[in-house]
Design a protein around this ligand. Structure first.
Ligand code: MG
Length: 267
């Protein structure tokens, strides 16, 4: 074997599987680190695990999310996977896309080689969370979908928790356009298949059965673990209170990422 070919092979031994981490409620709450999470990521990496941050956030640029992680002490360049990146996999290079969402979607589409269009003559309408959504945007988007464009949502989260309380999520915006156009959307983010494909592409691993998805929301993170065929670790540091009935049944449970890390590392 030529040495130059070595990088084509990803060797994952049984004890160095990738760890997939949700961000909000696992690593941080509104960019404030959850106690022990920064150290836990470092311990996992020191033990040889690649830690990937898998988020349904499609509004921010990847660099912004990496910078926010760097500010709390986590170097994450190349390790942040967003629902915008997953949604872009559902678009072919050269296709015209009407974006009803944030800059994260525009970035992912441009990286994919798709054309971000401002008129309604498009192949795809892509919807994600944004704070400037209004009736006119809904009208143009629904028109395009009725004219034959595919309706793709980056995620279908109905709400997001914020320090100011619960706010409508990208899924609420998507539902409006779906109702107005009469078309069911294809959804990319956790727990759906496009996000799983993104993880497989990024890890280069085709069997993730030893891996662990750490999340706070069973209907998103737990089901995503099922989609990937990996283990699900439920933490109580986010939207789900300790003692709640959790479905799907987690393989591991812990107060937070630090506790899950202790279990994964056998300490
Ligand atoms: Mg979460």
């Amino acid at each position: 074997m030529l040495l130059s070919n070595l990088s084509d092979f990803v060797v994952v031994s049984a004890d160095s599987f990738p760890i997939l981490c949700d961000l909000d409620g696992v690593v941080w709450l509104a960019h404030e680190p959850i106690p022990g999470s920064v150290d836990a990521v470092q311990r996992l990496r020191d033990a040889g695990h690649r830690v990937l941050f898998v988020t349904n956030n499609s509004a921010s640029r990847v660099a912004e999310q990496q910078e926010a992680l760097a500010r709390i002490g986590i170097e994450a360049r190349g390790d942040v996977l967003t629902s915008a990146m997953a949604a872009a996999l559902l678009v072919e290079p050269g296709e015209r896309v009407l974006v009803c969402g944030g800059v994260g979607i525009v970035e992912a589409l441009e990286h994919r080689g798709a054309i971000v269009a401002t008129d309604a003559i498009v192949d795809v309408v892509m919807v994600g969370f944004h704070r400037t959504f209004d009736y006119e945007i809904m009208r143009v988007a629904a028109d395009a979908v009725r004219a034959g464009a595919r309706l793709i949502g980056t995620n279908d989260d109905a709400t997001y928790p914020t320090p100011q309380g619960v706010i409508p999520g990208g899924g609420a915006i998507l539902a409006g356009i779906a109702v107005a156009s009469g078309v069911s959307p294809i959804i990319a983010g956790k727990p759906y298949a496009a996000m799983a494909e993104l993880v497989l592409i990024e890890t280069g691993v085709d069997d993730l059965s030893a891996s662990v998805m750490v999340g706070d929301r069973p209907e998103t993170d737990g089901l995503f673990a099922r989609t990937l065929g990996c283990r699900y670790a439920q933490v109580w540091s986010g939207v789900t209170a300790r003692g709640s009935l959790v479905s799907p049944t987690p393989d591991l449970t812990g107060a937070n990422l630090a506790a899950i890390t202790d279990l994964v590392l056998g300490r």
